[in-house]
Each structure stands twice: as C-alpha cells, then as structure tokens.
Design a binder for this molecule. Sequence first.
Ligand code: DC
Length: 194
Amino acid sequence: MPFTIAIDGPAASGKGTIARAISRRFGFHHLDTGLLYRAVGAKGGDPILAAEGLSAEDLARSDLRTNEAGQAASRVAAIPEVRAALIEFQRRFAVLEPGAVLDGRDIGTVICPEAELKLYVIASDEVRAGRRATELGADPAETLAALRERDARDSARATAPLRPADDAVILDTTDMSITEAVSRAIVEVQTRRR
Ligand code: DC
C-alpha cells in the first residue's frame, strides 16, 4: 500500500521545503502542485486548454517561481475547469509506490482526502513574506502585499478553497527553524507508519 502525505497551506509557509525534506527522508516521490498552476498561468491563452495540454516542457520553464507567476497561477486556479483538468494526474501521482508527498492548497481536502497524513503548514504573514522576499531577492513590502492578495483569492474561491482538512495536523512554523519544522513533520509520518 502506498503512503500518501498531503501538505497544504498558504504561500511561502514552508510547505515546499518540508515536502522536499520528507520525500528525501522516506524515499517518497514529491509533487509541487503549485507548479502545475504556475505553468498554466505562464502559458497564456485559454487557461482551460493550457491545463488540458500541460507538458513536461511547460513545467520546466525557468520563469515559474516569480511573484508574477504566483499571481497568474492563483487567478487560473480559481477556474473550476482548470482544476478539474489537473485532478487525475495528481491522484495518480499520489498512489506511486512506496509513497508520495504532494504539497498545495487542496491536497488534503479534495485531491487526497484519504491521505495517511495531512499537514497544514502556516506562519505569520510577515515571516512568510520575509522568507519569500529573501528567496526571490524581492522587496519585502511588495512581497507581503502580493502574498496577502494571493491568499485572499485562494481562500475565497468557490472551488477547492485553501483550508485545512478536518483531520489535518496544523504546523505553525513562525518561530521554527527549517530543521525543527522538518523534524516535527517526520515524527508525524513515523507515528502513522508503525
Ligand atoms: O504553492 P504555490 O505558491 O506555487 O502556488 C501558486 C498558486 O497556485 C497558488 O496561489 C494557488 C494555486 N494552487 C492551487 O490553487 N492549488 C494547489 N494545490 C496548488 C496551488
């Protein structure tokens, strides 16, 4: 039986870092689902057709990590047909042996409601903006405004809004180092794998 880990949370909360570390630690596959929406947004044209025809090449673009690509992703992610076009790929990925870690916004609630572990990673707005601004070499105040705009849109949309699953473990990384956050997540996995 594959072991599926769903990691959700707002932008720059640390979920990607935790997902990568956990997948390495347990030898699991990792899918950054935000990248799918970023690639759809960056492709331009009709977002529904872009989602339906998404290729490995689209996902390998070098311009998907910017604040602008994040905003475009958040806009196309509110379109139900775009989300529907990406569901099957994510669900197939989630059952890869020996296990899979998916990070995003709706993994625990919509994509993998049966995941063995659901983590919902949060951090204060200021800490998240600081981390993302450092990573991108961007202005902290602009980054804070962009994150808040994106979180508001991602939380308010009608289809698969950002929210924790009822049985998600909430991990607040505001005052945690990466090592501490990863250790906490590893303990949650180990508890459930016994
Ligand atoms: O995780 P990220 O910052 O790369 O995500 C970019 C945007 O994609 C995010 O603002 C909302 C959307 N997204 C989503 O709606 N559902 C997901 N599972 C992942 C991302």
